[in-house]
Design a binder for this molecule. Structure first.
Ligand code: PGA
Length: 307
């Protein structure tokens, strides 16, 4: 069946008014133009849609059926138009984002704010380490990522939006708590390290390599949460982003040691592929992250817990 939307549009007006003249007025067309559209439509469907009895026109049975469907089509089109308008106004769509496991803590606060502003938007969040984030960017599986140092090997746009201090943590009863610790003393301690592929781990290794220092480790763990628990349990010291410590510092379960040359100051970046097609929605999240973070850091504890 070859029917155009224009034909259906004219058909619907005639069916509604049961008058070619009034349909023509409504559509701002001439009456012959309306008649022509209807006869073309009847030709296309191969059935009469109207019948003229005396001065009045009526829908045939086939006409009534088509009227039912054409009204449905109009409603669907209207709805589609409204949905697309919502896309333009960034009220709808999805946000696929990947964040470094270390950045989860504040990223969830950011996503919370985003959700309040755009409640109809679906959010897909991937939490992984640096290596995983590089893969997400490479394979173009997310709209953007929040990560430490941006990759050099990919064509990306990267905007720093917050400092990321790496600190040395110890249980409250540790002998080094409350004193200024030289690196030579720190080197005598045992550490619990993040896994290979972690940005925190890479930054820490670079830092010690630059100073010509070495550290020994008791174990590797691929989760900040588990590292913090292992430190509390006395398995060694840890080096983590201060952004992971909100709860433990507030509850005094862990202490940040005052070590020479610390913190290792890094930054968080919002990163996406250079030619990534950004919708208004993606833009809105990026702006919210960049502009909202200052305000956010004032409301969550980690910013206040200075050394
Ligand atoms: P990660 O954090 O240690 O959880 O991989 C990423 C980064 O700090 O670059």
């Amino acid at each position: 069946m070859h029917v155009t939307l224009r034909q259906l549009y004219v058909f619907e007006a005639v069916a509604r008014h049961l008058s070619y003249t009034r349909a023509a007025e409504e559509l701002h067309l001439s009456q012959p133009a309306v008649s022509m559209q209807i006869s073309q439509l009847e030709g296309n469907v191969g059935l009469a849609l109207f019948e003229q009895l005396g001065k009045k026109i009526f829908l045939t049975e086939a006409g009534r059926e088509l009227y039912h469907y054409s009204q449905q089509i109009s409603r669907e089109l209207k709805e589609a138009g409204a949905v697309l308008e919502e896309f333009k106004g960034s009220k709808r769509g999805t946000l696929a984002i990947a964040v470094a496991s270390t950045a989860t803590y504040f990223s969830l606060h950011l996503l919370g704010r985003f959700h309040q502003k755009f409640p109809k938007v679906g959010i897909s969040l991937t939490v992984t380490n640096r290596e995983g984030l590089l893969k997400c960017l490479e394979e173009n599986t997310v709209d953007m990522v929040i990560m430490g140092r941006p990759p050099e090997s990919l064509d990306v746009v990267a905007e720093p939006f917050m400092e990321n201090p790496l600190v040395v943590i110890a249980p409250p009863e540790h002998s080094l708590v409350g004193q200024r610790v030289p690196l030579t003393i720190l080197q005598q301690e045992t550490f619990i390290l993040r896994e290979r592929g972690s940005g925190t781990r890479i930054a820490m290794e670079r830092f010690f390599a630059r100073l010509g220092a070495t550290i020994s480790s008791s174990m590797e763990i691929s989760s900040n949460e588990a590292i913090k628990q292992a430190v509390q349990a006395g398995l060694g010291l840890g080096i983590v982003s201060q952004h992971t410590l909100e709860k433990e510092l507030a509850l005094q379960r862990l202490v940040i040691l005052e070590v020479d040359s610390f913190p290792i100051m890094r930054h968080w970046y919002i990163v996406h592929r250079k030619n990534k097609r950004f919708t208004a929605l993606h833009q809105a999240f990026k702006a919210l992250a960049i502009e909202g973070i200052t305000e956010l850091t004032e409301t969550i504890a980690f910013a206040k817990s200075a050394y």
